[in-house]
Design a protein around this ligand. Structure first.
Ligand code: FE2
Length: 352
């Protein structure tokens, strides 16, 4: 105990000394001095699929000479960032969920960012202080098998999934899937707790299968085992791109004039507070927002860029082509942490 307190004090003193040095050197307008003490490193904690992020990371390293250390931690990244709050290791959090990023911001774990580069993204999809920014859209859609059901027959609103007529016909993921958690958080913000719980209970009851991830859903629906499933839009794009089992369509739900619109979550990047390589982290975020990188990422992952000016795969609907739930993603932050409890209480298991 004594030892760790001493160590903490030492770190704090060292931090203060560096901070004071930092202030004095920047007032002498010497950029060389800044560069000297700047490390050539960047540490990324990523909750994203490594195969999509790795190629980008490698080209950033090539272009800048900055060495990137990436730790792919899936949903555990958030907890690791919280645990390390007094001994910050990561510079960047690469996330698939705006709710998780805003939650970290509210916990005081992110640093503000006033970079102009962020302005290509709609304010609805970034933090008020720029500490996180969305890069690609993850829109919740109903992917269906065209051999089994027509577009006309498909439900057009999420509430319709509570109708017993769909009993056994569709698939959902387990409650703890990150996209499911964020989606329920959004429904909760739109509908309130009671209606959201009722929806979960009845959807759980009607679902023909509850599976681990969306990859399971797209393959089973593609193969005709179920009529439809609730997925993120890029799983539909991935299935369309398969050599077989690709006769699938997608309904963007709740599109009527009185309807709430489809829920769009954002995958993006967050700047961690008190990080060891903040300057490199900011450079990385600016670089990621450039159209070239956005295009590469969109074609690798089949996600849809939140910057509508960036080209996406041909069959992907652009973000401005459908009605989106009228809720800034920042609102997911406050409800993010206890939404899992609500899901469990409504009877949908978090894990299988
Ligand atoms: Fe995914």
């Amino acid at each position: 105990m004594k030892k760790s307190l001493g160590k903490l004090l030492m770190t704090t003193l060292l931090g203060t000394a560096l901070f004071v040095t930092g202030c004095s050197s920047s007032s002498s307008t010497s950029t060389a001095a800044d560069a000297d003490k700047e490390t050539k490193e960047l540490v990324i904690y990523s909750a994203r699929n490594e195969t999509f992020v790795q190629p980008l990371v490698e080209s950033f390293e090539e272009q800048t000479g900055i060495k990137v250390r990436m730790l792919s931690g899936n949903e555990a990244s958030v907890n690791k960032i919280i645990e390390e709050r007094n001994n910050v290791q990561a510079d960047i959090f690469f996330s698939n969920d705006a709710g998780a990023m805003e939650y970290l911001r509210l916990e005081g774990l992110l640093a503000s960012n006033d970079s102009k580069a962020l302005e290509v993204i709609d304010p609805k999809y970034r933090a008020v202080d720029g500490s996180w920014v969305g890069l690609s859209a993850r829109t919740r859609v109903l992917m269906y098998n065209k051999d089994l059901i027509s577009e006309e027959e498909m439900p057009k609103a999420l509430w319709e999934l509570t109708d017993p007529k769909w009993s056994g016909e569709f698939m959902i993921t387990r409650g703890g899937n990150g996209s499911m958690v964020a989606h329920v958080a959004a429904l909760r913000a739109a509908w309130g707790d009671e209606k959201t719980k009722e929806w979960i209970e009845q959807v759980r009851e009607n679902a023909g299968a509850v599976v681990n991830g969306h990859g399971d859903i797209r393959r089973s629906v593609g193969a005709g085992e179920f009529k439809f499933g609730l997925v993120n839009n890029y799983y539909y794009h991935l299935q369309l791109n398969e050599d077989k089992d690709n006769n699938v369509g997608a309904i963007y739900p709740d599109q009527g004039s009185d309807d709430i619109g489809a829920f769009v979550n954002a995958a993006g990047v967050a700047l961690i507070k008190d990080a060891p390589n903040t300057k490199n982290a900011k450079a990385f975020i600016d670089w990621l927002l450039e159209p070239e990188q956005q295009k590469v990422f969109a074609f690798n992952s089949m996600e849809v860029p939140l910057n509508p000016a960036v080209e996406a795969v041909g069959f992907a609907k652009k973000i401005d082509e459908y009605k989106v739930m009228d809720m800034p993603l920042q609102e997911l932050g406050p409800v993010w942490s206890d939404v899992k409890q609500l899901i469990e209480d409504a009877g949908l298991d978090l894990n299988l």
